[in-house]
Design a protein around this ligand. Structure first.
Ligand code: ATP
Length: 464
């Protein structure tokens, strides 16, 4: 077979819709911008991503503890973190087609198209961005005209209210990041788990941002899940842990099957005022290299701010040296949905087979595959009962699909498209000798196994 993969976002979106991976949010009402729903197949892949991440960053990490904090937090948290005053994007409206755009993205895309180097919007003021857009007559990506409003800072936090009055003191926010849930629980975790610095707090949870820019499928959405790990350490150890977490973040991506040659580190061009160091790992999406995750040395900024705003002492008392200090934080943050997009892009293949047909395969790492196996009776009438029983038995250990409709070739194709690594066929040999054939998704080669060896064979191939 020959690899003839030509991945576009449209192809991926269509496959996801047809195979129950991801649907447009609120589709029957015409959708809702930048929201997506995970279908029966997609939710399995996403859950598997979360399980591998938790295993790597909590279960297998020394001194690492998980939390699951509330989405709605005391609004003072967001004053302390700085989000209420400065979490916004520079936006411009197109006066012609009424669409809204991020000024920095307009410049970035323009420069990429025109091979202009050394222009870094992150380092520009709003005025400089505005002048650049005017000077180059940058066009609206939707209607092609150049007629923008001046840049305005657009707030990214979703506001809501608690209680029944319209009083401004009732205003609360949907959290725009999970990180604050880890910071506000620093004392609770340290005390209750008798944790000694260095230790980490991890969390997987939803975050919300009022993103206006069209999102490239699930790359940028208004509701998304983050997987974050905050490592609390002594100031003098910050560089060591920053480098350690850079490597750990990279190794994790490779461990779930992402090709290392589609990844690269990118140092931040402009550091936030509290950050000592910051970089992203970027992935080569069909629309170019873009941020997949961030690693940041946040110094002791967050805990110091919470100490200031809450009045609680955030210092750690070193039990050996009796030294008191506010720990530094090395943060590692990755969007689960963005990682899901990278996983899907990385796994998507189009292959021309020897018989001239083309198949689509999601060559997912078995640990991420939604179904680890499927059971296919060769002939429904004679083999369905045995096949059903086998599927029921295997389902006690892992997700196992069952399909009895259509030719065996068509059934293989459907399973290839959702990434099922092993297809088990039940035929006359099963009834006579107790053996089944197992077809490998990637090589399409088949082996014969005793039916009672199947479970262990598949568990072994799918372990992480
Ligand atoms: P970007 O520059 O893409 O807006 P960011 O630098 O603001 O991202 P962080 O605040 O560092 O992102 O968030 C950590 C991670 O959360 C990102 O690396 C990304 O994987 C994910 N993420 C952030 N915003 C979104 C979003 N709107 N939709 C999906 N994932 C997101």
């Amino acid at each position: 077979m020959e690899d003839v993969t030509k991945l576009t976002m449209d192809k991926l979106v269509a496959l996801c819709k047809n195979r129950g991976i991801i649907f447009q949010g609120s589709e029957i009402y015409g959708g809702m911008g930048n929201t997506w729903d995970y279908g029966p197949v997609g939710v399995e892949i996403k859950n598997n991503i979360k399980k591998t991440w938790w295993k790597r960053f909590v279960q297998e990490s020394d001194n690492s503890f998980g939390v699951d904090a509330a989405i709605l937090m005391n609004p003072r948290v967001w004053d302390a973190s700085g989000h209420t005053t400065s979490f916004s994007d520079p936006k411009m409206d197109c006066r012609e087609c009424k669409t809204r755009h991020r000024a920095d993205n307009l410049i970035e895309n323009y420069c990429a198209h025109h091979h202009i180097e050394n222009i870094i919007p992150d380092k520009m003021t709003n005025e400089e961005m505005q002048n650049f857009i005017e000077k180059h007559k940058i066009a609206c990506p939707v209607c092609g005209k150049h007629n923008f409003t001046p840049i305005r800072q657009f707030k990214l936090m979703f506001e809501t209210r608690r209680g029944v009055t319209e009083d401004d003191t009732d205003k609360i926010y949907l959290r725009p990041e999970t990180a604050q849930g880890e910071f506000v629980n620093f004392l609770n975790v340290q005390r209750s788990m008798r944790a000694k610095v260095p230790f980490g707090i991890a969390q997987i949870g939803k975050a919300f941002r009022n993103e206006i820019t069209p999102g490239n499928f699930i790359f940028r959405t208004i509701e998304f899940e983050q997987m974050e790990h905050q490592l609390f350490c002594k100031e003098c150890d910050d560089d060591k842990f920053y480098n350690e977490y850079k490597q750990k973040a990279w190794d994790y991506l490779v461990s779930i099957g992402i090709d290392a040659d589609k990844l690269r580190f990118k140092d931040h061009d402009k550091l936030a005022h509290y950050a000592k160091n910051a970089c992203d790992i970027q992935f080569l999406f069909p629309f170019g290299f873009s941020e997949l995750n961030g690693i940041h040395n946040r110094t002791n900024y967050d805990l110091s701010r919470h100490q200031e705003f809450s009045g609680k002492n955030m210092q750690y008392l070193d039990p050996v040296t009796n030294e008191k200090y506010i720990p530094y934080v090395v943060e590692y943050s990755i969007g689960c949905d963005r990682l899901m997009l990278a996983v899907l892009c990385n796994a998507y293949r189009e292959e021309k087979l020897d018989d001239g047909e083309t198949r689509i395969v999601l060559a997912l790492s078995p640990v991420l595959a939604p179904y680890k196996a499927c059971v296919l009776p060769l002939v429904k009438k004679t083999h369905a009962e045995t096949a059903h029983n086998l599927q029921k038995e295997l389902s006690k250990y892992f997700m196992c699909d069952y399909d009895e409709s259509g030719s065996i070739g068509k059934r293989y194709r459907r399973e290839d498209e959702i990434g099922t690594p092993f297809a088990i066929t039940v035929d006359d040999e099963t009834l006579n000798n107790g053996t089944v054939t197992i077809r490998d998704r990637n090589t399409m080669e088949q082996i014969t196994l005793k039916i009672d060896q199947v479970k262990d064979y598949i568990l072994d191939k799918c372990k992480y």
